[in-house]
Design a protein around this ligand. Structure first.
Ligand code: COA
Length: 266
């Protein structure tokens, strides 16, 4: 894995410079974390895509400040995508990252050839208990992630790098991100999305339940829904092989679904 900083964004990269004949997956992490979420995707999808895992503004090694809303994060990513230089960018996000991907698909459709939405929804109200835990017992909040966010069938050890990143970012980052999620609502706008979209849902996801993913798949015209057994909210780290297989299969069919060639010819 390579790393670089572009426009203040710290990036984990499958290749740099990007290969012009491949689509570019721009990976957006969830609340409070970093691009470490996507290490298995950066490592394993390099043969079919340029994989670029972004630390969002104010997270990990990226420059601040934090964005105050999903729209603001999406505007930042829309500024980064053309600078990456690859063709056919596909925004791929989990939870808050999925909300940002949705917002990019809505506000900046000309910049992207499609989207992958994991463990997310078109509205992301947040339980008050999450804010209380972050404020009063942040260490306990992070410690509780395997129980609160993952499937009971997942190995908690898989979450360790993500939990370390969230802990290092600190409570202000998590609280700010969950506030952005809580205000996010594009339930009424999904029919505007005309790009192909893959929706990935963990069957055991209690934070963004499968109902949210079904809603996305039903209301986005060119969407495919994949539901993963034994996966919770953090499918990218809990079931990396199943997630990578779903993305790989969808990418293989994308040119036909998009109606245009992928890669350098576009
Ligand atoms: N897609 C489809 N339907 C959705 C939705 C989405 N993204 N978000 C909400 N809804 C539905 C709910 O299922 C509910 O439907 P119902 O009335 O038929 O049961 C309705 O819209 C209203 O739900 P909501 O807007 O969430 O408000 P609420 O006051 O009922 O519940 C919470 C608030 C916080 C308790 C609830 O949203 C929740 O449990 N969230 C999941 C846990 C969490 O905090 N996740 C963090 C996400 S980052």
């Amino acid at each position: 894995m390579q790393t670089d900083t572009v426009r203040g964004y710290f990036l984990r990269l499958s290749a740099w410079p990007l290969a012009s004949e491949k689509p570019t997956l721009v990976m957006l992490h969830g609340s409070g974390s970093t691009g470490v979420l996507w290490e298995a995707q950066v490592a394993d999808l390099a043969d079919v895509a340029n994989v670029v895992a972004v630390d969002l503004a104010g997270h990990g090694l990226s420059e601040g400040p934090l964005a105050a809303s999903v729209e603001e994060y999406a505007a930042g990513i829309a500024g980064l995508v053309p600078v990456l230089g690859g063709s056919n960018a596909i925004v791929c996000g989990l939870s808050l990252g999925g909300a940002i991907a949705l917002q990019v698909l809505l506000d900046h459709p000309d910049l992207v050839a499609g989207g992958v939405l994991l463990g997310t929804g078109a509205r992301l109200r947040v339980m008050p208990m999450i804010f209380q835990m972050i404020e009063h017992d942040f260490a306990g909040f992070v410690r509780g992630m395997p129980v609160g966010a993952a499937s009971p069938k997942s190995d908690p050890a898989l979450l360790a790098p993500l939990m370390a990143a969230i802990s290092e970012n600190g409570p202000e980052v998590s609280a700010s991100d969950f506030r952005a999620c809580d205000a996010f609502d594009v339930l009424d706008r999904l029919s505007e999305i005309d790009r192909p979209v893959l929706v990935v849902s963990g069957e055991d996801d209690r934070l963004t339940p499968p109902k949210y993913s079904s809603f996305l798949a039903e209301h986005i015209a060119n969407a495919r829904l994949t539901t993963l057994p034994d996966a919770g909210h953090l499918s990218a780290v809990e079931r990396p092989d199943a997630v990578n297989q779903a993305i790989r299969g969808w990418l293989a069919e994308l040119p036909a679904r998009f109606g245009a060639p992928l890669g350098g010819a576009a």
